[in-house]
Design a protein around this ligand. Structure first.
Ligand code: NAD
Ligand code: LMR
Length: 336
């Protein structure tokens, strides 16, 4: 019998690890949901001093859970210690909007957090570290991180729109009463905000009679062009209204999906949505972190090219790009 060589552990940073997404996410990572059932991990958890005690409690629980794949835990409020040697960085920490705060105030706080964490990652992370920004405004935080970590290749910096992608799959599966795993190739274009465009024009469902277009099966363009889109766009707000807290288990699960597909690849013929640095594909202005359909292979994503964009979609792609350009300008104004 040949015993396969154990893999070296991968170091995964989670910032904001004492928060609610962090609490849902770290056990998923430690169980192999993010990197696979044979991949040992060392968790690096960062939070700020007021959350240090609670962060230590999370570390105690990770020890108590006796996860076989978990080879070590670093729990710290020191950003350099947190970033040192990490192969994957999931940026969940950020400053939330509080009552009475202007958009600009929230942006300003997050710009300064992402600027300093960018420098720490650039100096101390492992070569080829992959970065996923979850904290809102996710696209613009990722853009700031990219700007202030110029030696990290731009292809290594992304933001989370997989939650929106999964929400779109969920809505179609509920509507058609089919397995969610039989629905594929929805697209989230643009910002992780209510201007995002959930697009089903290329989405299909696996049926006993072969792959069928979602538009054909739903056969209700009014729903697909109306309520479906607004439901996905507003889902984050609906969860906040229901839970009095923002989505956490679904966000954590989507973060695992995002990294898993990026590292291990997307199945043949299936794309996913990721917020990535725009190269001008689909006439989206270059220089924004914008959500596109991507294929992943050998640890790299590639924007799916050549999809037809009708007039209805074009307007929606442009609207969310405009919002991102405004956010970018606001973020830059906070730097000066
Ligand atoms: P939370 O408030 O429960 O946790 C955030 C944690 O970040 C807190 O523990 C806080 O102390 C910590 N933190 C603050 N500043 C930090 C810093 N400078 N360095 C390290 N840690 C810091 O919030 P949550 O519910 O876990 O959500 C986290 C973020 O994710 C929010 O911005 C939320 O809007 C966003 N979010 C994004 C998506 C998405 O799909 N992209 C989905 C849901 C939530
Ligand atoms: C979500 O999509 O659930 C969150 O981004 C909502 C929010 O504002 O935190």
């Amino acid at each position: 019998v040949t015993v396969p060589m154990a893999k070296d552990p991968v170091r995964v940073l989670v910032t904001g690890a004492a928060g609610q997404i962090g609490y849902a996410l770290v056990p998923m990572i430690a169980r192999g949901v993010m990197l696979g059932p044979d991949q040992p991990v060392i968790l690096h958890m960062l939070d700020i001093p007021p959350a240090a005690e609670s962060l230590n409690g999370v570390k105690m629980e990770l020890v108590d859970a006796a996860f076989p794949l978990l080879k070590g835990v670093v729990a710290t409020t020191d950003v350099v210690e947190a970033c040192t040697g990490v192969n994957i960085a999931v940026m969940v920490g950020g400053f939330p909007r509080k009552e009475g705060m202007e958009r600009k105030d929230v942006m300003s706080k997050n710009v300064s957090i992402y600027k300093s964490q960018a420098s720490a990652l650039e100096k101390h992370a492992a070569a080829n570290c992959k970065v996923l920004v979850v904290a809102n405004p996710a696209n613009t935080n990722a853009l700031i991180l990219k700007e202030f970590a110029p030696s990290i290749p731009e292809k290594n910096i992304s933001c989370l729109t997989r939650l929106d992608h999964n929400r779109a799959l969920g809505q179609i599966s509920e509507r058609l009463n089919v397995q969610v795993s039989d629905v594929k190739n929805v697209i989230i274009w643009g910002n992780h905000s209510s201007t995002q465009y959930p697009d089903v024009n290329h989405a299909t469902v696996r049926t006993p009679a072969g792959e069928k277009a979602v538009r054909e099966l739903v056969a209700d363009d009014a729903w697909l062009n109306g309520e479906f889109i607004t439901t996905v766009q507003q889902r984050g707000a609906a969860i906040i209204k229901a839970r009095k807290l923002s989505s956490a288990l679904s966000a954590a699960s989507a973060a695992c999906d995002h990294i898993r597909d990026w590292v291990l690849g997307t199945p043949e013929g299936t794309w996913v949505s990721m917020g990535v640095y725009s190269d001008g594909s689909y006439n989206v202005p270059a220089g924004l972190i914008y959500s596109f359909p991507v294929y992943c292979q050998n640890g790299e994503w590639k924007i799916v090219q050549g999809l037809s964009i009708d007039e209805f979609s074009r307007k929606k792609l442009d609207l969310t790009a405009e919002e991102l350009s405004e956010e970018k300008a606001l973020a830059y104004s906070c730097l000066s």
